[in-house]
Design a protein around this ligand. Structure first.
Ligand code: SAM
Ligand code: SF4
Length: 466
């Protein structure tokens, strides 16, 4: 019988992708994914350190999992408990002090070493290295691998397995921008860009495996460049030419890395969806400077205007942080203004969370929690209203929709519009994985409903992608 691997992922799309890669490297050793942590031979948490709340969730989850693992051990089963990702990288030794029942601690850049690490753990257990904890249970092995290896992890990973119609392709890792609030440069290390040839080869393999939509991933994805100086816009052009690719997305991009060639690519390449996640974080130039973002609000608004001019129908989503140290009511008002002026239709909004070791954590004028709460509530209300308005304005439009999951009702499938709105359709003929043309009939706060058009009789002037 296959050995069982349980993975729970916290945080960003990069982590979701990394989790899939860890499943890929364990598959040749006979490990199959399970959803039952209580029956797993390895329980792995792939963690996020971006905000304090995200990191604390990991410790609560570890407490819950420990009880299930102990129960399995009492019944004669052995489970290895592993923590991977950014909490592992940032807090390795502290993590083991707080959760001494953990066996393996593995950073995001060394995930390819998981098989060897598991073998090392099994050797230690076979050699009798199972000290008893104070409460009578088995103490964790406490093995740590949080190096920043000299060679990029991509060189050690096997080609990814078939991902289906919508696939992720990691093109860049780490970040050199050092925004003063952010842990990423410390947990994921210096920026590394994969060579274009490797990216194209992986995209071809994904398409051959059935992908029609590819999302390029990187912490600073549009900062990608090849050793010969080729920039991100050129990479998009090459990918857009691949036969069979119907939609191309990328996340997360930085305003400072949007150049003329990238804006032109949005105008020329119909395969690029007319939707861009372009985080601004704040609308106040004073705060943007303190954040070390390297752009002003006016620069951001100018980019959005130029992107929209290049590609009619293009809309942006964004990330916002409220309550950065020193943020005044006037600074916050500037953030609300940028939401309106950039016509943001969706966003992630966060209360500033001081992260140990980042410059902003030791700035004076930390904003009181109650003020952050109140500003976040006001911002969220604005963002929700804008999202609802955009959903309502979608009624009557036609979108290409990639059906990617079953709905709750029999005969219902759910897909995503080019603007990432979930779209519900009732169908007896369409199948999961199909890209269909849908006319939108109803709007809800966070989703749309529509009908599949068999043969589209007319062209929506702002029609999104092929
Ligand atoms: N590279 C992306 C960029 O430059 O926008 C973002 C990566 S980060 C994983 C995702 C988002 O988390 C950021 O855009 C920011 O809004 C938020 N974030 C990062 N650090 C934060 C902190 N200390 N407190 C609150 N939110 C934070
Ligand atoms: Fe963090 Fe800034 Fe890098 Fe984004 S660009 S990952 S926010 S340091």
């Amino acid at each position: 019988m296959a050995k069982q691997l349980f993975i729970k992922t916290f945080g960003c799309q990069m982590n979701v992708h990394d989790s899939a890669r860890m499943a890929d490297v364990m598959a040749p050793l006979g490990y199959a994914l399970t959803e039952d942590a209580g029956a797993a031979d390895i329980v792995l948490l792939n963690t996020c350190h971006i905000r304090e709340k995200a990191a604390e969730k990991v410790y609560s989850e570890l407490g819950r999992l420990r009880r299930r693992i102990e129960a399995r051990r009492r019944a004669g089963g052995e489970t290895l408990l592993a923590v991977a990702g950014c909490v592992a990288q940032a807090e390795g030794p502290e993590l083991l002090a707080r959760a001494p029942f953990v066996d393996l601690v593995l950073g995001p850049l060394t995930l390819f070493r998981l098989p060897e690490f598991v073998a090392q753990a099994h050797r230690a257990l076979a050699a009798g290295a199972c000290p008893v904890a104070a409460d009578g249970g088995r103490k964790g092995l406490g093995l740590i691998d949080t190096d920043f290896p000299a060679e990029p992890k991509f060189d050690h990973l096997p080609a990814p397995g078939v991902q289906g119609p919508s696939a992720f392709l990691s093109i860049q890792e780490g970040c050199d921008r050092f925004c003063t609030f952010c842990v990423v440069p410390y947990t994921r290390g210096a920026e590394y860009c994969r060579p274009a040839a490797d990216i194209i080869a992986e995209a071809e393999a994904l398409i051959a495996g059935g992908a029609v939509e590819i999302t390029l991933l990187g912490q600073n994805v549009n900062g990608w460049r090849d050793a010969d100086g080729t920039r991100f816009g050129d990479l998009l052009r090459r990918l857009a030419g691949l036969p069979g690719l119907k939609a191309l997305r990328y996340t997360t991009s930085h305003p400072r890395e949007v150049d003329d060639a990238l804006i032109a690519a949005h105008g020329e390449l119909q395969v690029l969806v007319p939707f861009l996640h372009l985080p601004v974080q704040s609308g106040s130039d004073r705060i943007l400077k303190a954040m070390n973002r390297g752009h002003t609000a006016a620069h951001y608004l100018d980019l959005v205007a130029r992107l929209k001019a290049a590609r009619p129908g293009l809309m942006v989503s964004s990330d916002f942080i409220v309550g950065f140290p020193g943020e005044s009511e006037a600074d916050f008002a500037a953030t609300l203004e940028v939401v309106e002026r950039a016509d943001v239709i969706q966003a992630f909004a966060f209360k500033y969370s001081p992260r140990p070791g980042t410059p902003a954590a030791s700035l004076p004028d930390q904003v009181p929690e109650a003020v952050k709460e109140e500003r976040l509530a006001r911002l969220m209300a604005r963002l929700d209203a804008r999202q609802m308005a955009f959903n309502q304005a979608s009624v009557g439009r036609r979108f290409p929709v990639l059906l990617d999951r079953p709905g709750r009702r029999p005969g219902q499938l759910v897909g995503r519009s080019p603007y990432m709105q979930p779209v519900h359709v009732m169908t007896e003929t369409a199948r999961l994985g199909e890209l269909v043309e849908v006319e939108i009939e109803a709007a809800h706060p966070h989703s749309l409903a529509g009908v599949i058009l068999e043969a589209p009789p007319r062209q929506d002037p702002e029609r999104a992608c092929a």
